[in-house]
Every structure is written in structure tokens, then in C-alpha cells.
Design a protein around this ligand. Structure first.
Ligand SMILES: Cc1cc2nc3c(=O)[nH]c(=O)nc-3n(C[C@H](O)[C@H](O)[C@H](O)COP(=O)(O)OP(=O)(O)OC[C@H]3O[C@@H](n4cnc5c(N)ncnc54)[C@H](O)[C@@H]3O)c2cc1C
Length: 502
């Protein structure tokens, strides 16, 4: 039988993963990518001798012996990267009280630091540590529901999952299934509240917080020594080595449909390309409501896109500074004493990434320091229509950040050699993610537990992968989602799925 052809829209992590597994399984894949390079939101770029990493902060399951590591190996990226164990997740700093706490994988030390910070919260600290320790012992932690797509999970798989999770099941219910911000209301210390809310996101469930602590304690969170693009490129290389094709600067405007079957795509330049199967690993909103013209939806899908909240977009301010930071952790979360505003929003704090690990980000003796601030899509999207004002605002935000960094790193302003500001509009321009939502939907307890089908109602030969098919996004889910699509294709075509290639 001749090989079936697959068109993949988008060369982010999900599109590349779809492509690798498609090629491994006897399909002929062609990726059409909007940008000039692969990676999507896992992006890094050079400025004046500095490498700005605008993507992946840390990687889960980076050590051999875990299913996620096997996935990285199948895709050819584990072998090509050196992952560094993260021993400290981050430093939480409250400028108002002058207090700070390092969240480390040493849970005994963390418990004692948190109790010293706030004796009144001792009971809550004990409860959180017990939860993290409970999760630490579970071998199911790393692949909760990700090994197979919902379409292929049978009762035996469900039983296996249930059995594997029996010891940690309680953490997915009751008070642990609440948003972290709700749980944090009972906390006395403002800094502990900040940690609970911002270790990940205030809307994410408490169990996610516990899982992160458990992963940290198990040394299953890693840093990318050379940045996120060096994680992406080996996957692209594996895809091309397997015979996969990519066309860059190729924006899909329409998915071609005949008799309710996807048959190809039409690009912005007007050219049409046909295939047996079409996979969209691109923005979900534009796929469903633009490329397919709202023809293949149902009430549930419309409701999801109407009412699920999007991840809040960010402004990323990166500085190249002639200075080293040997004693700082790679991530700090700073709550400001003097907030400032962007648009109508008060900026009360920001995350600070210090790229003081690995040699690739800056020349010797220099460092990239990057502040990430949550902001509003509408404000930046409106402003970019007036280019001079947009540039002015970017400059102003960079100055505001620098003023605040002075309090922690005196004289830093005079050491800045490079400044780069990326806004939500920048995210959209390069990846077309709806309203700059760089990880899709906000992972609330409901959203994160809702499995989505890989297909759309009434449309044959069409599949979706990526962060709009895996609510909450993230590297492992997006990579798995490409594998899922090919697992479904193989089942449909009556052939065994081939993974794990050397
Ligand atoms: C700053 C940041 C930090 C992060 N940190 C982490 C982390 O620490 N750990 C973690 O696990 N995850 C993290 N993530 C999330 C993770 O990187 C993403 O969820 C994942 O990379 C998304 O991959 P994707 O392929 O689904 O989507 P995308 O990366 O958005 O890829 C979609 C691709 O489709 C292309 N495209 C869109 N529309 C079209 C079109 N019409 N025609 C052709 N091409 C199109 C885009 O250009 C893009 O390349 C982070 C993300 C960001 C931005």
C-alpha cells in the first residue's frame, strides 16, 4: 500500500513530534510553519552577543528511567542535550517585609524554613509537605493519563491507571483539587501565600503544587543547559533525517474540506497543498473558527472557547549585563514594595530568570537577566497599532523593571549592555497563539482534568495536537499529543504503532 501523506500545520513541539512519529510509522509528513524556524513558543533569539531564551523554564522527567525521558529519547532530544538537575525551584522575595525563602527539593529544610517564617502556618506546612511526600512515592506521577490518547484508553488501561495512582488518589480530590489561591486563603503569612499561588499559578489546583514539590524532591525537574532552542532543534533534525519535510514562512489560511473530509490546506500565498490527513498543531482558536470557518464545532467546543480563561500573556524584559550572579538561583519571584502600572493593570511582582548556568547565554563574565510580567492582551494589541507609542511603552516598562532590580543588584543599570522587550503581541506575531496565550488555557482544576478528543465533530481525516488539544500545555503533554495522533492513525489503519526507535 502506498504511504499516506500527512500535512501538519505548525512546527512547534507538537507539530514536530507528530511529524517524527508519522515518519516512523510509514506516513509521509509535511509541516507548514508560519515562522522562519521551528519551535513555536519554545523560542530563543540572539541580540548583541547574548542568547535570549524566551521559552521553557524547566523540564519534567529529564532523568533516565521515566516514561517522559523515553519520549525525549524517541524524539532524539534527550541524547543531544545536557539537562541540569534543579535543586532549588526558586527564591520567593517579599520586598515589603524584607523576607525571602528558597523553595528547595529538601523538603525537611523547606518545612523548617517555612515554619520559621510563619509559626502560625505550621499545620498547613505539615499538610503540604505530607502531600508532596505522598506524591513523591508514586511511579505514576510522570505520565498521569498521557501514555495514550483518550480515544484509545480501554477499561484495562483505566484499571491500570487507577491501580498505579491508588496511593495518591486522595490528592486529586477535596481540598487539594481547589485552586491554590483558594487554599491559600487560610494561610497567615503573605510570603507563604505568594509561594502557594506563584510556584505555578494561583488558579491551578493544589495537587499541581504538591506534584511540583514532589518532582523537585525526586530531582525530576531539569534545566536546559543550552536553552530551549537546543531542545527543539534535535527533534527537527530527527524529523528531517526520517524523511520529513518542512516549509517555513508558510501560513495556513484555510483547511481544505471536501465531503466533510479534510483534504489539504491553502496557504496565505494562495497555494494549495493536498494530503490524505491534516493535523493542526497550531493555535486552536484560529484552526476551528478561521481555517475551518466554524463548520465543525458543537456546543461544548463553542462553550470552551467562550468561557475557559486563557493563560495571562506576558511581557518579557531581558537584559544583557556585564556582571555575574554566582549566588542567585535561576528563578526568583519578587513581590514589589512599589508596584507600577502597565495599561490599567498594577504590576505587583514579577518572575526573574537569571541565566547563570550553562555557557551559551552570554559571553564570559556576563549574564542574561530576564523579568517576566503578566499583562493584558488588549492593551498591547491596541498599542502596537501606533508604533512609536508601542516602542516608547516597551522602553518605559524596561526602565521600571531596572529601577526595581537596583534594590537587589545595586549598579545593575550601569552594567546593562543589551535590552530586549517581547510583548504579548510579539508572541502572537511569531506563533499566532490566540491573544498571546503562550500555553493555551489557564490550567484551572476543571480545565486541567478535561481530556479533549483529538478530532472535531463531523470532520474526517482531521486531527488536533498541541497545547490547544492538551489543556494546560507544557512540554511533555504537547510532545505526547503528537504521538497520540499517530497512535490513532495507526489504529485506524490497522497497523501496530512504532515508537522507541534508536
Ligand atoms: C515563556 C514560556 C515558558 C514555558 N515554560 C515551560 C516549562 O517550564 N515547562 C513546560 O513543560 N512548558 C513550558 N512552557 C510551555 C510549552 O513550551 C508549550 O506549552 C509548548 O511548547 C507548546 O507547543 P505547541 O507545539 O503546542 O504550540 P506552539 O509552540 O504555539 O506551536 C504552534 C506552531 O504553529 C505555528 N502556526 C500557528 N498558526 C499557524 C498557521 N496558520 N500556519 C502555519 N503555522 C502556524 C506557530 O508559528 C507555531 O510554531 C513555556 C512556554 C513559554 C512561552
Amino acid at each position: 500500500m502506498p504511504e499516506k501523506s500527512v500535512i501538519i500545520i505548525g512546527g512547534g513541539l507538537a507539530g514536530l513530534s507528530t511529524g517524527v512519529y508519522a515518519q516512523m510509522n510509514g506516513y509521509r509528513a509535511h509541516i507548514f510553519e508560519h515562522h522562519t524556524k521551528s519551535g513555536g513558543v519554545a523560542a530563543a533569539w540572539e541580540r548583541q552577543g547574548y542568547l535570549i531564551d524566551g521559552g521553557i523554564h524547566f523540564l519534567m522527567g529529564h532523568r533516565p528511567g521515566q516514561p517522559i525521558y523515553d519520549l525525549y529519547s524517541e524524539l532524539g532530544t534527550a541524547q543531544a542535550n545536557r539537562f541540569l538537575d534543579m535543586t532549588t525551584y526558586g527564591r520567593f522575595v517579599d520586598e515589603a517585609s524584607g523576607c525571602s525563602v528558597d523553595v528547595t527539593g529538601d523538603l525537611d529544610r523547606l518545612a523548617s524554613d517555612l515554619k520559621a517564617l510563619s509559626p502560625a502556618d505550621a499545620r498547613i506546612v505539615d499538610e503540604l509537605m505530607a502531600g508532596a511526600r505522598g506524591m513523591q512515592g508514586s511511579d505514576m506521577l510522570f505520565e498521569v493519563g498521557m501514555g495514550k490518547p483518550p480515544e484509545l484508553i480501554d477499561p484495562l488501561d483505566q484499571l491500570r491507571q487507577f491501580w498505579g495512582m491508588r496511593r495518591i488518589f486522595k490528592y486529586f480530590t477535596g481540598r487539594y483539587a481547589k485552586p491554590a489561591a483558594d487554599y491559600a486563603q487560610a494561610v497567615h503569612s503573605p510570603l507563604l501565600r505568594q509561594i502557594l499561588e506563584n510556584l505555578f499559578l494561583p488558579e491551578a489546583p493544589v495537587w499541581f503544587f504538591l506534584m511540583l514539590l514532589a518532582l523537585l524532591a525526586n530531582r525530576q525537574i531539569g534545566l536546559l543547559e543550552r536553552g530551549c532552542l537546543d531542545f527543539v532543534l534535535p527533534i527537527e533534525k530527527r524529523y528531517k533525517a526520517l524523511g520529513g519535510q518542512v516549509t517555513y514562512e508558510a501560513t495556513v489560511e484555510e483547511i481544505l474540506v471536501e465531503n466533510d473530509r479534510a483534504v489539504g490546506v491553502r496557504l496565505a500565498d494562495g497555494s494549495e497543498h493536498r494530503a490524505d490527513i491534516v493535523v493542526s498543531a497550531a493555535d486552536g482558536y484560529s484552526t476551528i473558527f478561521k481555517m475551518l470557518g466554524v463548520r465543525y464545532t458543537d456546543v461544548k467546543i463553542k462553550e470552551r472557547y467562550r468561557s475557559w480563561m486563557l493563560i495571562r500573556p506576558t511581557v518579557m524584559v531581558s537584559f544583557g549585563v556585564a556582571r555575574v550572579f554566582p549566588d542567585d538561583p535561576p528563578l526568583s519571584i519578587i513581590m514589589l514594595k512599589n508596584p507600577f502600572t502597565i495599561g490599567s493593570q498594577a504590576i505587583k511582582g514579577f518572575s526573574l530568570r537569571i541565566f547563570n548556568y550553562g555557557a551559551k547565554f552570554a559571553p564570559p563574565g556576563k549574564t542574561v537577566v530576564q523579568a517576566i510580567l503578566e499583562t493584558e492582551w488588549d492593551f498591547w494589541n491596541d498599542l502596537q497599532k501606533d508604533r512609536p507609542r508601542y516602542e516608547e511603552e516597551k522602553e518605559r516598562v524596561a526602565t521600571e523593571v531596572l529601577v526595581r532590580l537596583e534594590a537587589h543588584y545595586p549598579n545593575i543599570s550601569s552594567q546593562v549592555e543589551m535590552t530586549d522587550v517581547a510583548t504579548p503581541y510579539t508572541t502572537w506575531r511569531y506563533t499566532l497563539n490566540h491573544k498571546g496565550a503562550y500555553m493555551g488555557w489557564l490550567p484551572t482544576p476543571e480545565v486541567i482534568m478535561t481530556p479533549l478528543p483529538r478530532t472535531l465533530p463531523g470532520l474526517a481525516n482531521f486531527y488536533m495536537a498541541g497545547q490547544w488539544a492538551m489543556p494546560g500545555g507544557g512540554v511533555p503533554p504537547c510532545l505526547y499529543s503528537g504521538r497520540h495522533v499517530v497512535q490513532i492513525l495507526c489504529r485506524r489503519d490497522g497497523k501496530p504503532f512504532v515508537g522507541n526507535q534508536p
